[in-house]
Design a protein around this ligand. Structure first.
Ligand code: NAP
Length: 259
């Protein structure tokens, strides 16, 4: 049986997506850097859901990550019919304030690795009569977000890349969907150094398990864009209707850094 490969499955949304698929009796391959969490998560999937689960400890912000993963799949004879490109992070601050290394790592992980995974693993997916790619973007992809400028731009890349690839693969067995969550209760806010906005964010936060259920339903229904939650969906629709400058001004006030 073919596996679902989930990047960034040591915690947060990726781990919730893995559990959601396991609950539907899909076998799982979990990728991230934190070995202890991956080991524990794979064990939990096997025991709780009675599925096959393995993991690979890998830093996905290196340029040849996709080639390493392809070699690992070949070596282990793992077939995949679901690819979920979830690993990603944001960094809060202006372009001036943020470190160049941090920005480059974000762009590599959020965009280049994601696109390369689709490119390199597509032949594996296409071997199956039906296969799925789910790329994780963000509601931030629908507008410019000052102080999350690069992050929002990486997620806009994910959205447009997914929509384009979806058309290219229209007559193939592989469907492509893009998930754009809003604020979700994970390690994301701490990783982005947005701790002081936590209280504000929590008012609108969704739980990763809620997001994952909607995401997998949407992916299996071959939806192009999946925006989980009524508030997130309405916000995106409003952003699309308003002159661009308005949501940009609101975002600028909301995310001011005062650094
Ligand atoms: N939470 C939100 O509010 C929110 C909103 C919109 C979109 N998103 C998107 O959702 C996705 C998942 O984020 P999350 O909220 O679940 O955040 P999270 O809790 O910080 O989880 C991020 C996951 O990505 C993995 N990861 C990070 N850097 C990595 C690297 N260099 N190599 C391999 N794995 C790496 C982490 O594992 P290790 O640290 O173990 O490597 C972890 O499993 C991201 O693409 C994020 O942009 C999140």
């Amino acid at each position: 049986m073919a596996y679902a490969l989930v990047t960034g499955a040591s915690g947060g949304i990726g781990w919730a997506l893995a559990k959601e698929l396991a609950a539907r009796k899909h076998d799982l391959l979990l990728l991230a850097r934190s070995e202890e969490s991956l080991k524990k998560n794979a064990q939990e999937l096997r025991q709780r859901f009675n599925v096959q689960a393995d993991y690979l400890v890998i830093d996905l912000s290196i340029t040849d990550a996709a080639l390493q993963v392809r070699s690992w799949l070949l070596e282990k004879s793992y077939d995949i019919d679901i690819l979920i490109n979830n690993a990603g992070f944001g960094s809060w601050g202006t372009l001036k304030e943020l470190q160049r290394s941090e920005l480059n790592q974000m762009m590599q992980l959020n965009m280049l690795t994601l696109a390369d995974f689709c490119k390199v693993l597509l032949p594996n997916l296409e071997k199956n009569p039906r296969a799925y790619i789910l790329n994780i973007s963000s509601t931030a992809s629908y507008q410019a977000v000052p102080t999350l400028t690069t992050y929002a731009a990486t997620k806009a890349f994910v959205l447009l890349f997914s929509r384009g690839l979806r058309w290219e693969l229209k007559d193939s067995p592989v469907s492509v969907s893009c998930l754009s969550p809003g604020t979700t209760s994970t390690g994301f806010i701490d990783r982005a150094n947005m701790g002081i906005l936590k209280e504000k964010a929590e008012k609108f936060s969704m739980e990763p398990e809620q997001v994952a259920k909607i995401a997998i339903n949407g992916m299996l229904a071959n939806k192009a864009e999946i925006i989980p939650g009524f508030v997130n969906w309405t916000t995106v629709k409003l952003v699309q209707l308003l002159p661009k400058v308005l949501p940009e001004l609101i975002a600028r006030n909301l995310y001011k850094t005062d650094k």
